[in-house]
Write a protein of this length. Structure first.
Length: 413
């Protein structure tokens, strides 16, 4: 059964790889078309219905692109749809959520110090909140607020900050920021699947039928596309945050998330303005730098830790087999001497200010709960300690392997 841990870790890697590839495709095409749209030039003699054109050079050739605000008079023979990049990014991201956070809910999703939840309850809150987020957002866009884009964006920001705080009250810090990213990414993909593409299909159907398309469909799609434009960079930050405890394991991680959304606005405003040839708003650089400095400062505020409560917290049932294993005493001694100088509430290794990925290995319970990570990172692989700086021996690595595999094999019998 211990082979399952290796196979599962490789599957997680494969899904993450797919997610990164599809995200590059989606975000790349999104950024390209936003820049293209803003850089269009108008000139006399454009075809009827054309809003503007752009000449570009790439790959040794020239491209002449024209945009129609509604549609051309006739349906083109060949039409490329940009939708699967978005769909594949969301599907692969949701697969990662299942593999890492649902399958590993007791370790990565649930924080009993915040809220004691059964695994099924935590998963239900996770999935339900993501779906509900899209429903609420869609209703807001279709309300009279949809006619006032600025007010709508401000209200959306308030909703996102509230969700950041709410997720942090329920889940681990790592899961809280990841879920905020999933919450936002779902809105973005649903915009494509339920608004932008269907509206474009209505326009195509009108062209085929010889009807004049209604310009309202383009206007609606443009609003949702603008939202996606400003939300993209914060989503990337939130998806990367699980690798940086200074972001997700901070006392004010939800405030950090809020500031990141503001940084997304300032950064995109710079690019949007430059692409539209409306000047260079250098103030956005200063605003972004100030926001990032605030984030760094917030990350230094340590959350209060009840060390006695943490030490006496009961070990979840699924991890008792590792603590009851015959090798556990020797493993505890090895981990304490080779790993805990960094993987601690207050690391003593120079240059390490937070436990890597917020994995603490100071108590027997913490070691048992992270048995799989210890097995994969320091037993089967030699990723930990980095560069083997604490000189863990081959015999000690074999001990970690024997401990995990015998505990898993024993439980399976």
């Amino acid at each position: 059964m211990y082979e399952f841990a290796i196979a599962w870790d490789w599957m997680a890697f494969a899904v993450r790889w797919l997610h990164v590839i599809t995200a590059i495709a989606w975000i790349g095409s999104s950024f390209y078309f936003i820049a293209l749209d803003l850089g269009l030039r108008q000139r006399p003699g454009l075809p009827e219905g054309a809003h503007g054109e752009e000449w570009q050079v790439h790959g040794g050739g020239f491209y002449h692109i024209q945009k129609y605000l509604v549609a051309p008079k006739e349906m083109p023979e060949h039409l490329t749809w940009f939708k699967w990049e978005s769909y594949a990014t969301w599907l692969s991201g949701f697969a990662m959520l299942c593999v890492v956070y649902y399958a590993g809910a007791e370790l990565f999703l649930i924080d009993p110090n915040k809220m004691e939840l059964p695994v099924w309850g935590a998963i239900a809150i996770s999935f339900g909140s993501i779906v509900l987020g899209w429903v609420v957002y869609d209703l807001l866009c279709k309300s009279p607020l949809g006619e006032n884009p600025t007010s709508l964006m401000l209200l959306l920001f308030v909703v996102l900050v509230a969700m950041a705080w709410g997720y942090d009250q329920v889940f681990t810090g790592r899961a809280a920021l990841l879920h905020l990213g999933a919450f936002t990414a779902t809105i973005m993909t649903a915009n494509v699947a339920h608004i932008i593409i269907p509206n474009q299909k209505i326009v195509v159907a009108d062209l085929i039928a010889g009807r004049t398309p209604d310009p309202k469909y383009g206007k609606i799609a443009k609003l949702r596309s603008t939202h996606n434009n400003y939300l993209t960079l914060p989503v990337i930050f939130l998806m990367l945050s699980n690798h940086y405890p200074l972001a997700f394991a901070s006392e004010y991680n939800w405030v950090i998330a809020a500031l990141v959304f503001l940084m997304g606005v300032t950064i995109r405003h710079w690019f949007n303005t430059v692409h539209a040839r409306r000047g260079k708003p250098y103030w956005t650089w200063l605003a972004t730098a100030i926001l990032f400095i605030c984030i760094m400062w917030l990350s230094t505020i340590q959350p209060p830790v009840d060390e006695e409560a943490a030490a006496n917290a009961p070990l979840p049932a699924g991890f008792t087999r590792f603590a009851e294993n015959a090798h556990f005493e020797a493993v505890t001694e090895t981990v304490s001497s080779r790993c805990s100088m960094c993987h601690a509430a207050e690391p003593v290794w120079e240059g390490i200010h937070r436990a890597p990925k917020n994995v603490k290995l100071e108590t027997p319970n913490e070691i048992a709960m992270h048995a799989r990570e210890i097995y994969l990172q320091a037993g089967r692989a030699h990723a930990m300690p980095p560069g083997n700086v604490t000189m863990i021996s081959g015999e000690e690595r074999r001990l970690l392997v024997a401990w995990y595999e015998s505990a898993v094999s024993g439980a399976a019998q």
